[in-house]
Each structure stands twice: as structure tokens, then as C-alpha cells.
Design a protein around this ligand. Structure first.
Ligand SMILES: Cc1cc2nc3c(=O)[nH]c(=O)nc-3n(C[C@H](O)[C@H](O)[C@H](O)COP(=O)(O)OP(=O)(O)OC[C@H]3O[C@@H](n4cnc5c(N)ncnc54)[C@H](O)[C@@H]3O)c2cc1C
Length: 470
């Protein structure tokens, strides 16, 4: 399909559909040319439409579809694989102004939202209502629609699962402009193919999500966080399966190397995780949170968890047991990516997911490649669910040289991930950047099935072209 340009006439039609909220040429903010990983390529869209309702999204899609113009859905652009970039031109539909919480059904434990509501807003509002919105990806200023579109995971996925597991119903605009509603306010379904699960994680390639009904849970009564201080990454990572095998059911379980922590410390200007323990250097950290129904159970959980840490090589274990202390410990961890971004000019990343017992092998392998590829390597991530975030970084290097070295790293590390029974992305998605690697993991037959599905939803291939299955 040959895409058509956005003409003055199309701009007029778009303006009639979303009056005062259509931007073109020099009026488009440069933010729309990239997501949080500009390394994957930047391009300005021909137009941006900030929509407010499902009907406006449908009208914009119809105009573009009838005129063979690419359509790219966007939340707040916090993605990490170039997914919301209009790299083949066309119109970006910015859903971030569709930010209303539409209502709670407390008897049914659900909340209805517009897709552009921020995760931060929704999580805080649910707390104020005495309920938990369990998905907790690290970037709080992403939209919930973007979280569903990428099936975002985050810190609490180890216990609660990823965003997809919380979608009860959704309103979707197909690229042709047709509006459909998937799922329902029910607890389970066995009603044909699960299109709602297909839409979650489809990264804006099958339809544009405009409204969502999300499942909530009762608030956990008590929580406590523990920080294990380990001499090296190997011992920290080897402890991860042991915490799970002990039946401790952590709500979150993250690992960080000393290099990560030193960078966060420099970035935030404060030390939260100690560099030394009784004179010995700390090489790596495990941060974990546990929940309990009663205060008296918490001591038992803490003791048991500390015992597992110490038996598996921890030098010491720190306890954070007040809401303020827990927040401080976790916001420090939450600054990991920003700290890397502040220190390095050139960054590439991947988030391979492997079976939990294989985490140490993948992490050690990735770290061992530093000399071979000639780039700084930072590994951290959601250790409890096998999702390892690997960043390769450099300063003062020609971009072409960096990309060649980063590609070598990616080839090696994806091959290792595959050998260890892993999958291409645990939570960040495929976007544009990971398309060739997805094909390597999945093989030709599965890629053809994916392309077949894409064709059914989007026969003209206009919605977010080139992403996920290419
Ligand atoms: C500091 C930092 C920490 C992060 N931590 C995590 C983490 O812990 N876990 C995790 O999973 N991710 C994490 N991310 C990645 C990112 O926040 C998520 O991918 C998030 O879900 C993207 O949401 P967004 O609104 O920014 O979407 P965008 O970046 O705007 O878009 C992402 C993709 O979703 C599509 N899309 C967006 N909105 C819609 C819609 N309404 N309908 C259809 N398609 C749509 C886009 O086309 C694109 O393909 C992190 C990012 C940063 C910068």
C-alpha cells in the first residue's frame, strides 16, 4: 500500500472532527517525533490530533482510512521501543487528553476510565477509594491505554501479573472508524476467541483503545520491604528463585548492581542503599516487598525472608516498615532508567524474559559482554518474574559506531535468551525496534499468523505500520 500525504483538505476535515486540537507543520511539538528511546529513529508526524472522545477517534480514523493515510495511536510517549513514532508519516492520534475516570463499580471491583488517564492518577484515585489497582509499571506518567496496548508489567507483576490480566472490557476504534466493545463486566468468559487479550499487547497495530474497564483488588492490609545487601550480582540473583521456592510470595522482587545504585545515588544526590556493610563492599541488591493480612504476621514474614537472604549469601538485610520508608526505598529503585539517561548520551535496551532459574545465567552472560562489545552494560530488572532489563550505553561515541556495537550486543544476548527458553520482550513490547528479534524468537509460521491477524483488523495496513510484525 502506498501511503498518501496529509493535504490541506485533509487538515480541514480533521479540524472539523476535532476543532482546535489539530496541529501540523511547525505547530507540532518535537516531543511527538520520538518516544523515550530516540535512538530507534525520530520523525515528525504530518499532523497530530488530540482527541477527547471515542467518536472523535472514530471520525479521525475514517478520514485517514478513506484517504490511505497512516494512523499512529499515542499515549504519553513513554514507550521504549519506538512504538508510537510515526516513522512512515501520517497522523498521530494523541489520546492523552482522554483522561477521565468515568466511575467505580465497587460491588464488582471495577473502574471505568478513558484510555488517556495517567497510571499515576488512576493508582492514587483507587487508593483513595480503598482499592488497589495492581499493575505498577515504573513510569507513572504513562497512560493506562498505553499500558494496556503494551501489556506493561512492572514491579508488582511477580505477584499480580501484567496489565492484560486486569482488563475486563474495552472500547476500541478499528482503523476503518468502526467502534467495537470487547469483554464485559463479568468475572470470566469462554465466549469465542479472546479478542480482548489480543488487543492488550497489540501496540496500536489492531485498533485504538478509547475506554477501559479495569479490575481492582482489595488493598493489602500490611506491607513490608526488605533490602538484601549482597557481595556480588551472582549471589543476589541466585537468591531470587530461593525466595519464591520458600513460598514467600513476594509482591515485588527487583535486583540492582552496585553500578546501577551508584548512578541513581549520583542522580538523586542521596544515599538510600549503603555502599558498604561492615567494611565490605556491597556488589548487588535485592529489593522486595511482602504483604500480610495482620500486623502480627509481618514479623514472621520478615524473619523468614531475611533468613533466606542470609542463607543465600547476603551480607545483611535492611527493613523498611513504615509507608514513608517503603516509598523512599522504592522511589530510589524507580529512578534507575532516568539515572542511566542522565549519565549516558547513547542508550539502547532490551528486556528479554527467561524462566526464573535461568536469570543468573542470562545476567552474568550479558555483563560479561562489556569488554567484547566495548560498551557500558547495565543490567537490572524485575528479577522475580525473570524479566531482565539490559541497557548498553556510551558517551562521546559516533552514533553509527554505537549502533553497530549495540547491535552486536543485542544479537548475542537475544540468542542467549532464546537458548535459555526465553521470549523477546517481557513488558516493553516490540514496537519498531525489536521486529527482527521477534521474528527470530517466534519463527516464520507464527509471524505469518500474526500478519494474518493484522490483515483482518487492518486490511489496508494503515494503523501503526511497520510495528510488531512489520
Ligand atoms: C522511566 C521508565 C520506566 C518504565 N518502566 C516500565 C515498567 O516497569 N514496565 C513496563 O512495562 N514498561 C515500563 N516503561 C515503558 C512505558 O512506560 C510503557 O511501555 C507504557 O505502557 C507506555 O505508555 P504510554 O502511554 O507512554 O504509551 P506510548 O509510548 O505513547 O505508546 C506505546 C505503544 O502503545 C500504543 N498505544 C498507546 N496508546 C494507545 C491506545 N489508546 N490505543 C492503542 N494503542 C495505543 C502506541 O501506538 C505504541 O505502540 C518505562 C518507561 C520509562 C521511561
Amino acid at each position: 500500500m502506498e501511503f498518501k500525504p496529509v493535504t490541506a483538505e485533509i487538515l480541514e476535515q480533521l479540524s472539523a472532527a476535532a476543532p482546535g486540537r489539530v496541529f501540523s507543520g511547525g505547530d507540532i511539538s518535537a516531543d511527538y517525533s520520538h518516544d523515550e528511546m530516540p535512538i530507534y529513529g525520530e520523525r515528525m508526524p504530518e499532523a497530530v490530533v488530540q482527541t477527547l472522545t471515542t467518536e472523535e477517534v472514530a471520525a479521525v480514523c475514517k478520514i485517514c482510512y478513506d484517504d490511505d493515510i497512516p494512523i499512529v495511536p499515542r499515549g504519553t510517549g513513554t514507550g521504549l521501543c519506538g512504538g508510537c513514532v510515526a516513522d512512515q508519516g501520517g497522523v498521530i492520534i494523541d489520546t492523552s487528553k482522554m483522561d477521565k475516570i468515568l466511575g467505580y463499580d465497587k460491588d464488582n471491583f471495577t473502574v471505568r476510565v478513558q484510555a488517556g488517564v495517567l497510571l499515576d492518577t488512576l493508582a492514587a484515585d483507587c487508593l483513595a477509594q480503598g482499592m488497589l489497582y495492581p499493575p505498577d509499571p515504573g513510569e507513572r506518567f504513562a497512560t493506562v491505554g498505553g499500558n494496556v496496548a503494551t501489556n506493561a508489567g512492572g514491579m508488582r507483576a511477580v505477584k499480580y501479573g501484567a496489565t492484560r490480566d486486569y482488563v475486563r472490557a474495552m472500547t476500541v476504534v478499528l482503523p476503518s472508524g468502526e467502534i467495537i466493545r470487547l469483554g464485559g463486566e463479568v468475572n470470566k468468559t469462554s465466549s469465542g476467541y479472546s479478542l480482548i487479550h489480543l488487543m492488550a499487547g497489540s501496540e496500536g497495530t489492531l485498533g485504538i483503545i478509547t475506554e477501559l474497564s479495569m479490575k481492582l483488588l482489595p488493598l493489602p492490609k500490611q506491607t513490608v520491604s526488605l533490602l538484601g545487601l549482597f557481595p556480588d550480582l551472582d549471589s543476589a540473583i541466585s537468591c531470587v528463585p530461593q525466595v519464591k521456592l520458600a513460598g514467600l510470595d513476594p509482591q515485588a522482587l527487583e535486583f540492582m548492581s552496585r553500578a546501577n545504585v551508584a548512578e541513581i545515588q549520583e542522580f538523586l544526590g542521596k544515599e538510600v542503599y549503603p555502599a558498604k556493610c561492615d567494611g565490605e563492599d556491597v556488589g548487588a541488591y535485592l529489593l522486595t516487598t511482602f504483604e500480610g493480612a495482620k500486623p502480627e504476621l509481618m514479623d514472621e514474614i520478615m524473619e523468614q525472608a531475611a533468613e533466606v537472604f542470609l542463607e543465600n549469601g547476603a551480607l545483611d538485610v535492611l527493613v523498611f516498615d513504615t509507608p514513608e520508608a517503603i516509598r523512599t526505598a522504592w522511589s530510589f529503585r524507580g529512578a534507575a532508567l532516568e539515572a542511566i539517561q542522565a549519565k549516558f548520551q547513547l542508550i539502547d535496551e532490551c528486556d528479554v524474559v527467561v524462566p526464573i532459574p535461568n536469570i543468573p545465567e542470562l545476567v552474568n552472560y550479558a555483563n560479561s559482554l562489556e569488554g567484547e562489545v566495548g560498551l557500558a552494560i547495565r543490567t537490572s530488572g524485575h528479577a522475580g518474574d525473570g524479566n531482565v532489563h539490559m541497557n548498553v550505553c556510551a558517551n562521546d561515541m559516533d552514533k553509527g559506531e554505537f549502533l553497530a556495537k549495540a547491535e552486536k550486543f543485542m544479537e548475542l544476548v537475544y540468542a542467549k535468551g532464546w537458548e535459555l527458553g526465553g521470549l523477546c520482550s517481557g513488558e516493553h513490547g516490540i514496537g519498531r525496534a525489536k521486529v527482527p528479534y521477534l521474528a527470530q524468537f517466534e519463527g516464520g509460521v507464527i509471524m505469518e499468523l500474526m500478519r494474518g491477524i493484522k490483515k483482518v483488523f487492518d486490511p489496508k495496513g494503515l494503523l501503526n505500520p511497520g510495528k510488531v510484525c512489520g
